[in-house]
Design a protein around this ligand. Structure first.
Ligand SMILES: [Zn+2]
Ligand SMILES: [Zn+2]
Length: 300
């Protein structure tokens, strides 16, 4: 986040909201509302003042009212029927339940399939470093994937299952980004296309960043092509389900020239990407907003 923004963002309301959570009684009230939702299988389930009071271990009504008042508006909605969680209240309880404030992320480094886009070695390893999940090439020591590692993601998963879950998580983020939606806060993301000189070749990446929360991600532009329906179908004809193939395995198609991306003709901002699988190839145009269009019908 940029400094000029900082004072605006750390408003009194934010500080008061975070302070309001620093009490076991108030967390208990949020838990009671969350449990009532689960018990009644209904979001926004509402409890009356008495029902809520009975559900928590706060002796006097005046103490209970004091704690409840501290939560109303930000974490609890007061309605004519009683009290229910707000969206923020529910998000907070889910964070606590997921163990994000107490568990430790653990993960043993392991080799993963795929090829380095820089040196083409098949020596990728997945590792955990400073609460980040990394896929790194052990031959040229380049980090290819870097994603935050929520502690809850390692719970009840073997190291292989953790790696697999990152594959799907990245695609779930990517589906949001296709709609210019930030996967963290659902604000709007801006997309830019960047060219990088790698081993006398030009590689293109697209960067997406959210001015709301600071989320950023960089992906090869070929990802946008791989998710075009015509490319998804062509991959499937060749036995590859793109959605079930993690990003680092898709790198192989970039490194081995199954994807070849060049600047469009006449110095335009468009890129042209050719996908060649077997003897067949498909050409796509990628515009500066990352919209992908096939340059000819797939069956021609
Ligand atoms: Zn490498
Ligand atoms: Zn965001």
């Amino acid at each position: 986040m940029i400094d000029a923004d900082r004072n605006d963002r750390i408003s009194e309301a934010v500080v008061e909201g975070i302070e309001a959570l620093g009490s076991p009684q108030r967390l208990e009230i949020l838990f009671a509302l969350s449990e009532a939702e689960r018990e009644h299988r209904r979001q926004w389930h509402t409890l009356t003042f008495t029902e809520l009071h009975d559900a928590v271990a706060v002796e006097s009504s005046s103490q209970f009212s004091y704690h409840l008042d501290r939560l109303v508006d930000q974490f609890v909605d007061e309605t004519s029927d009683g009290y229910r969680l707000t969206y923020s209240g529910r998000k907070l309880i889910r964070s606590v339940l997921s163990g994000v404030y107490e568990s430790t992320a653990t993960f043993d480094e392991r080799a993963v399939d795929g090829v380095c886009v820089f040196c083409e070695a098949d020596s990728l390893v997945a590792t955990l470093e400073q609460e980040s999940f990394l896929v790194r090439c052990s031959a040229c020591d380049t980090t290819l994937v870097n994603d935050c590692f929520p502690r809850s993601q390692s719970r009840n998963r073997s190291p292989a299952a953790i790696v697999e879950s990152f594959g799907y998580r990245i695609w779930s983020s990517y589906v949001h980004l296709r709609g210019a939606i930030c996967p963290e806060c659902y604000g709007r993301v801006e997309t830019t296309v960047e060219a990088h000189e790698v081993e006398s070749q030009t590689r293109y990446t697209h960067g997406c960043s959210c001015s709301n929360c600071g989320f950023t991600i960089h992906l090869p532009v070929e990802v946008a092509v791989a998710f075009h329906p015509a490319a998804l179908a062509r991959f499937w004809e060749h036995g590859v389900s793109v959605l079930d193939t993690p990003l680092w395995e898709l790198f192989e198609y970039v490194a081995t020239d199954a994807f070849v991306t060049d600047a469009g003709p006449g110095g335009s901002d468009e890129l042209v990407c050719t996908l060649s699988l077997g003897d067949e190839s498909l050409d796509f145009e990628i515009d500066e907003t990352l919209r992908v269009s096939p340059l000819r019908a797939p069956d021609q």
